[in-house]
Each structure stands twice: as C-alpha cells, then as structure tokens.
Design a protein around this ligand. Structure first.
Ligand SMILES: NC(=O)c1ccc[n+]([C@@H]2O[C@H](COP(=O)([O-])OP(=O)(O)OC[C@H]3O[C@@H](n4cnc5c(N)ncnc54)[C@H](O)[C@@H]3O)[C@@H](O)[C@H]2O)c1
Length: 330
C-alpha cells in the first residue's frame, strides 16, 4: 500500500481524495488545507486525519506521495518542498502562471523529475486515449488536421478570473497539452480572441472566446476553440483527420435514451454538467497511473516537462494574441 496525502481540499482536491481513498493499493493517510474548515469535510467523509500543517505532512514517514490540489501560485513551492522531503508528487495543472518560474522550478527539481506527474487528466479519458492509440497505430494514416473543441458551461466567478492568468493559461492549457498529446511538438502558434460572453471579463483584460492554430513539426495543423460559456453543457470533442480517414471522440451522454417528438427528432439528455462529472473516469485513471508508476519505479507521464511545454504554448499564444501575428516556437 502506498501512503498518500492530499494538499488542498477544494473542488478538485476532494475529487482526488475520494479516488485515492477508494484505490485498492493506496492508503489515504491525511488531507491538509490551509483553511481547516475545507479539510474537515473530506476528513470526516473519508475518515482520515486532517493534518495540522504542511510540516506534519512532509515529516510523516508513512506519506510516500502527495497530491497537490492547491491554487496554482502555490504549486511550485509545494512541488519543491515535497520532492526535497522525499515525497513523490502528482500536481494539478498548470505548473505555474509564470513561465520563467516554472522553468526555474524544473531546473531545481531535475534530480527528482522522474517522481513528478502533472494532472493533465484529459490524457486519461478512455475515449481520448483510444483515439490517440488508434491514431498512433496508423488507422487514418499520417495526421493532417486535429480539431479540439473545449467549451465550459459557464464562466467562473470574476474573483476567480482575476487571478486565473487568463483564458489561455487557465483553460486552453488543457487543450495545449491535448495538442501535444496528439500531434507532438510545434513550430508556430497563432491565437485570436474575443469577448462574446461577458464584457466584465473584457474589462479584466481577458478574453472569453478564442481560436488557436498550431503548426506541428510533422506538418500537421491543429485547431483549438474555446468558450467560457456553452448553453448545452460542457462541450468536449476531438477530431483527427488523415489521408485514410477520420477519428472522432464526441461528447458523452449520461444514458443512450433519445427522445422524438413533434418539434424535434433524436434529442438526447443534457451533457454532463462540468469537469467533475465528464472526466470522472479520467481522474480515477490518472491517480491509478500515478500509483502504478510509483510502485514500478517507472517514469511518470505526463511529467513536469509536459507541464512546462503546455505553459510555453500558452505564453506564445498570448504573445500572438497581443501582436496579431503567428509566433515561432523554439
Ligand atoms: N485538472 C482539472 O480538471 C482541474 C479542475 C479544477 C482545478 N484544477 C486545478 O487545481 C488547482 C485547485 O483548483 P480548485 O478549483 O480545486 O481550487 P479551490 O479554490 O476550490 O481549492 C483550493 C484549496 O486549496 C486551499 N489552499 C490554498 N493554499 C493552500 C496551501 N498553501 N496549502 C494547502 N491548502 C491550500 C484552499 O483553502 C482551498 O480549499 C488549480 O491549480 C486549478 O487550476 C484542475
């Protein structure tokens, strides 16, 4: 059994804590949150200890690994402290909002890099994973185009948006990672953005709608489109196109029931509400991949460098947004 502690018991930390508590080869040793009231909830539900401080977690010999689910600006210091205390780390995305800080962290933790995994959960979605395996297996020939659609049901509160780092670093970061997962490395990126959802988001200097185009080193083109608002639910789709055909991974329905009536044909139930529902299996598979790599002593994937690479794409896309021109990547 691997002893794990969860740091941060907010929206995503509680999902991970439940999955870890259910995992057959994990002992959820403790949870910790800077706000004791936030830790009390999962501690009670999962019957685990709420640690009194970070020092207690890092000093506990039975804790072999920590899952970092705290706000983004605390990821870098927590990754460093946990690794230097001998713990393996599964850290939520993004690594940081500042590329230079993320790179400096990468240099500092280089000796321990094999013990860090980044929480790009979409790589663990069964449909997306199957699509990628079949693409890599040559089913549609060489990849020519990839289309990534990712639209949130509703914008987060303005207070969250103020510290989010902007749409590209906060939301598109998942799609940048998905673009790399499907098409490898990129030569250039071009982004266009708009305020179509809420003018208050524009007044924060942010966008709520965007399209990004990336040109892969292989020659394939990747398109990402995002919106902070989608009235029919959380819209998450992939399409890859090649000389011999196309693979699509569409939205998931809660059931296979379809409704037919005078005003419509074949209407389905609403889409899953948001990420916690849509990626339930992916979050479970992500934790399982972390535990399995830890047990086997094999490298973690996606790793810290994948986190930095996605952030590099976000920074270059932000530069393109400002300049209105494509930005070349190293
Ligand atoms: N992969 C995904 O699908 C996904 C989904 C949501 C959030 N996230 C990421 O997870 C992170 C957390 O997001 P959230 O929505 O759960 O946030 P949240 O605000 O709901 O929860 C964060 C919790 O961390 C606690 N906290 C703050 N600083 C701390 C510290 N130094 N030590 C311990 N606890 C601390 C807060 O009190 C809060 O309870 C963010 O980086 C976000 O980008 C990822």
């Amino acid at each position: 059994m691997i002893g794990v502690a969860v740091l941060g018991c907010g929206r995503i930390g509680r999902v991970h804590a439940r999955n870890l508590a259910r995992h057959p080869r994990v002992r959820l040793e403790m949870v910790f949150d800077a706000d004791p009231a936030a830790a009390a909830h999962p501690a009670r539900e999962l019957k685990v200890r709420a640690a009194g401080g970070l020092t207690e977690v890092l000093a506990a010999p039975q804790v072999a690994a920590v899952l970092v689910a705290t706000p983004t600006d605390s990821h870098v210091p927590l990754i460093i402290q946990a690794l230097e205390a001998g713990k393996a780390v599964l850290c939520e995305k993004p690594v940081d909002l500042d590329l230079e800080r993320a790179r400096a962290c990468g240099a500092r933790i280089a000796p321990h890099a094999a013990r860090v995994m980044l929480g790009f959960n979409r790589r663990f979605d069964p449909s997306f994973r199957t699509l990628r395996t079949r693409l890599a297996g040559g089913e549609i020939g060489q990849l020519e185009l990839a289309l990534i659609t990712s639209r949130d049901p509703a914008p987060p509160p303005l207070a969250y948006l103020k510290g989010s780092g902007g749409l590209l670093a906060d939301m598109t970061i998942h799609d940048f990672d998905m673009a790399r997962y499907l098409a490898g490395e990129f030569i250039d990126v071009q982004a266009v953005g708009a305020n179509r959802v809420d003018p208050q988001i524009g007044r924060l200097g942010d966008i709520d709608t965007c399209m990004v185009t990336l040109r892969a080193a292989s020659g394939a083109l990747v398109h990402i489109n995002n919106s902070r608002r989608c009235v029919y639910g959380y819209d998450q789709r992939l399409e890859v196109f090649g000389a011999r055909g196309m693979l699509q991974a569409g939205n998931q329905d809660a059931t296979t029931v379809r409704s037919f009536a005078a005003g419509y044909t074949a209407a389905r139930a609403a889409l899953p509400e948001f990420f916690i529902e849509r990626y339930r299996e992916a979050y479970e598979a992500e934790v399982d991949a972390f535990v399995t790599a830890l047990e086997a002593g094999t490298p973690m994937s996606p790793d810290f460098n994948d986190g930095v690479a996605a952030l590099e794409l976000a920074a270059a896309a932000a530069q393109s947004l400002r300049s209105g021109r494509p930005v070349a990547l190293r």
